[in-house]
Design a protein around this ligand. Structure first.
Ligand code: NAD
Length: 493
């Protein structure tokens, strides 16, 4: 075991993982590689953590939870979160570069996320001193005082995907620090580097040993043992619906609490009165941003028939104008997909769209000219003539692919928009206030955006309906997910 204080030992291209305040290797001694998806180059190796490493991390997190961390008062946790925020702000460029090289996010977009991520941390800092129980009058005989206490649930297992390593890590670790929980984080095997950097910055800010642990490894070898571990009190998971279902099954052993942010197939409804100047770029980037690797991608675009052809034409022109390339170039708007496997998956959907009779309007191919050949690039794609039963209109693609579907009446649009097992998000474009209100009520989704998209705020709950998951991130409900409520009765007569 390597023992190095705080800063990651950067040994060539190898990064150890972080357990109990130490930078350590996997018990098995095995490692795996992580690559830059824009160039295919190996940028680092990390430990291939497994069951034994999860054991070690859960033990470290438990020791911290019952030990030094339990004595931190809310205002001390608040100060710590504010120190973390300051350190993140100072190291923001390093965090952005890490996301860009490890998962392909265009650096301009990564930089633009500063307010959101730092805002989340500041929000949790604020909430750390705002948590409280209630005094409740009771109807019992005698003089008995009753009140509730809010207590941290304990050791939280956090499992995240690769598409937003920074925000996903903070959305899991921030509330834990605010409420007094400890965390074992299992990043995606596709993008493990930023969560390691985040653990490093947190240690530097003074987070006590064992409060935040990061175990790198695959879903099967490190994720599954974490999900089923009897010493974990709660799992917070972001990822696919299929994995979410296996996490729920794995949680049954000790009935640990679970919250799930899962997949989506979100509808965007463009009404005939929409402001097209605004709607076209927003609807396009609702999918193309992050190369379509966004859970909330508005990939089913319902357009009023009277404006359908014009809208599709403008959308396609916009798609074709986007600058695609290595995200490290500040001019890049669209980066690569995460891996050759994801590239193959998306190419499969492009074939399925054409085979099932959709009309390809723009894109539809891998980009392999010049420097793009080494990376996993797909041209932003628009299909028209899509019917509701086609695979591209039903399944989550997680690539830069939009299906345009005309509609005649709003009732029909709502019915078709809701006809999906998912319910993560929905968008509406209209200038009519009544339509905005009516559709926001009728759409079955955890978030509805009208004349905008992607609006996510630390104070506003975000999460799914139906098979997009349960539990909320953001807002007071989010903190509540990390707390137990205890009822206390004290007889005083
Ligand atoms: P994934 O489900 O394959 O993997 C997510 C994480 O789970 C990874 O860390 C993986 O290693 C781990 N994992 C895999 N199998 C596991 C198992 N059996 N037990 C425990 N952990 C396991 O998802 P992905 O491909 O990394 O990410 C894409 C998916 O994530 C999409 O479906 C997307 O919609 C979803 N997502 C949802 C949100 C949201 O907020 N709703 C946000 C981002 C991504």
């Amino acid at each position: 075991m390597t023992i190095v204080p705080i800063r990651q030992p950067i040994d060539g291209r190898h990064r150890p993982m972080f357990i109990g305040g130490l930078w350590v290797e996997a018990a098995s001694g095995q490692t795996f590689e992580t690559r830059n998806p824009a160039t295919g180059e190996i940028i680092a190796t990390v430990p291939r953590g497994g069951r034994q490493d999860i054991e070690r991390a859960v033990a470290a997190a438990r020791n911290a939870f019952v030990g030094p961390w339990s004595r931190f008062k809310p205002h001390e946790r608040q100060k710590l979160l504010l120190r973390i925020t300051d350190l993140f702000e100072r190291h923001w460029e390093e965090i952005c570069t890490s996301d860009t090289t490890d998962m392909g996010l265009p650096i301009a977009r990564a930089r633009g996320n500063a307010n959101r991520v730092l805002g989340m941390l500041r929000y949790y800092a604020g909430m750390a001193t705002a948590l409280h129980g209630e005094t409740i009058e009771n109807s019992l005989p005698g003089d008995i005082v009753s009140f509730t206490r809010k207590e941290p649930v304990g050791v939280v297992g956090a499992i995240i995907p690769w598409n937003a390593p920074t925000a996903a890590s903070i959305w899991k670790i921030g509330p834990a620090l605010a409420t007094g929980c400890t965390v074992v984080l299992k990043p995606s095997e596709e993008a493990p580097l930023t969560p390691l950097l985040i653990a490093e910055l947190m240690a530097e800010a003074g987070v006590p040993d064992g409060v935040v642990n990061v175990v790198t490894g695959t879903g099967a070898e490190a994720g599954a043992p974490l999900a089923e571990h009897m010493g974990i009190d709660k799992i917070v998971f972001t990822g696919s619906t299929l994995t979410g279902q296996s996490i729920v099954r794995a949680s049954a052993g000790n009935l640990k609490r679970v919250s799930l942010e899962l997949g989506g197939k979100s509808p965007v409804i463009v009404c005939a009165d929409a402001d097209l100047e605004r709607a076209v770029p927003v609807a396009a980037m609702s999918v193309f941003a992050n190369s379509g690797q966004i859970c909330i991608a508005g990939s089913r675009l319902f357009v009023a028939r009277s404006i359908h052809d014009e809208f599709v034409e403008r959308l396609s022109a916009y798609a074709a104008s986007l600058r695609i390339g290595n995200g490290i170039d500040p001019e890049t708007e669209i980066g690569p997909l995460i891996s050759p496997r994801q590239l193959e998956r998306v190419e499969g959907y492009l074939r399925a769209g054409s085979e099932e009779g959709a009309r390809l309007v723009t894109g539809g191919t891998r980009l392999s000219h010049g420097a793009l050949a080494a990376g996993n690039f797909i041209a932003p794609t628009v299909f028209a003539g899509v019917s509701d039963t086609m695979r591209i209109a039903r399944e989550e693609i997680f690539g830069p692919v939009i299906s345009a579907l005309p509609f005649d009446t709003l009732d029909e649009a709502v019915r078709r928009a809701n006809d999906t097992p998912y319910g993560l998000a929905a968008g509406v474009f209209t200038r009519d206030l009544a339509t905005a209100h009516q559709l926001s009520r009728r759409l079955q989704a955890g978030s509805v955006w009208v004349n905008t998209y992607h609006a996510i705020d630390p104070a506003v709950p975000f999460g799914g309906y139906k098979m997009s998951g349960y539990g909320r991130e953001g807002g007071g409900e989010h903190l509540g997910e990390y707390l137990n409520t205890k009822g206390v009765f004290i007889r005083i007569d």
